[in-house]
Design a protein around this ligand. Structure first.
Ligand SMILES: [Cu+2]
Length: 322
């Protein structure tokens, strides 16, 4: 519910951006890594309105149930990073805020957070006190829940699934036994640089490290599984992989049946909306390391982990000769 004042401000900002020669959502190039905009540090700004749902325990992120960003993102609940922790001072769940979303080719964050004019509408309170759950958006009703599968813990064997790589070759996850497997879940149309594109950049960095370290190289395989299989054709996966400099011998961009994707994702509590336009996609992030016996070694949640940490996990999982 926008108050009149907020509406006026929205249009004032809109007019301002148009005056700058940049309509809201003008930079569609920001949805893909672009060396040009990275080099020039181009920032696209979006004006946001929403409700604080929870504050990150790290003091550097806030989960906001936000209204739509025209031509960029549908209304959804998601975590946003902030660069200055003081931006979040005094905020509490239920607060209505306005903010600026800043997006570059490789990054996204919010600033200029201000309390919005309060309306008479009752505010919802966040009752979820589980810190892990609170740091990720609650699935909206339109999200199809994944089939009921066992959530796996480190040491659990990961069931076998059939995947097809970007070259059209189908293979069993079990066929990668003997190698450490790094598995993440992405969709090529992901509009937010901090989500799928960040994971892909991190895996690209891992791939570079593997190539510098031959013993690791022969014992590790990277798998990026699309959860948008009807859009992410083999050709699109191939092209997406090339954007990140992937070597198909080391890093597979995969399709699978929707049932397999949902089950495999469910083992690690990854959720996503099925067959939706990118702006409606609301997903969380999981990057998973399997040891050489096909057992779960480690799950990296969210996007705050580093390539160092991932590399360490790969080395540790590969050193394990149980
Ligand atoms: Cu994404």
């Amino acid at each position: 519910m926008l108050t009149l004042q907020v509406m006026r401000r929205f249009f004032a900002v809109f007019t301002f951006l148009v005056a700058l020669g940049c309509g809201i959502g003008c930079d569609s190039a920001s949805t893909r890594p672009s060396s040009k905009s990275e080099a020039s540090g181009e920032i696209t700004n979006y004006f946001g309105v929403g409700e604080v749902r929870s504050l990150g325990t790290d003091g550097k992120s806030v989960v906001v149930k936000h209204e739509a960003f025209t031509n960029f993102m549908e209304a959804m609940t998601m975590p946003f990073p902030v660069r200055e922790p003081k931006e979040l001072q005094g905020l509490k769940p239920g607060d209505r805020i306005t903010f600026r979303l800043r997006v570059t080719a490789t990054d996204g964050w919010i600033d200029e957070i201000q309390l919005a004019q309060t309306t008479n509408a009752p505010t919802r309170t966040v009752t979820n006190s589980n810190p892990e759950k609170a740091s990720f958006p609650t699935p909206p009703p339109e999200v199809r829940q994944v089939p009921v599968v066992d959530v796996l813990n480190p040491g659990d064997r990961v069931p076998n699934y059939t995947l097809t790589n970007q070259l059209g070759q189908s293979f069993e996850l079990d066929s990668l036994r003997g190698q450490v497997v790094v598995l993440d879940f992405i969709f090529t149309r992901c509009p937010f640089p901090d989500f799928c594109p960040r994971l892909s950049r991190n895996l690209a960095a891992l791939q570079r490290r593997l190539k510098e370290s031959p013993p690791l190289l022969t014992n590790c395989h990277l798998v990026s599984l699309s959860f948008d299989p009807h859009y992410d054709t083999l050709e699109r996966l191939l092209n997406y992989g090339r954007t990140y400099g992937n070597d198909p011998a080391l890093w597979s961009f995969c399709q699978a049946s929707m049932d397999s994707i949902e089950r495999l994702a469910g083992h690690f509590e990854l959720y996503f909306a099925r067959d939706v336009e990118p702006a409606q996609q609301n997903h969380n992030l999981r990057t998973v390391v399997l040891d050489r016996q096909g057992k779960l070694f480690k799950v990296f949640k969210g996007n705050q982990w580093t390539v160092e940490e991932l590399t360490e996990a790969v080395v540790a999982a590969g050193a394990d000769h149980r």
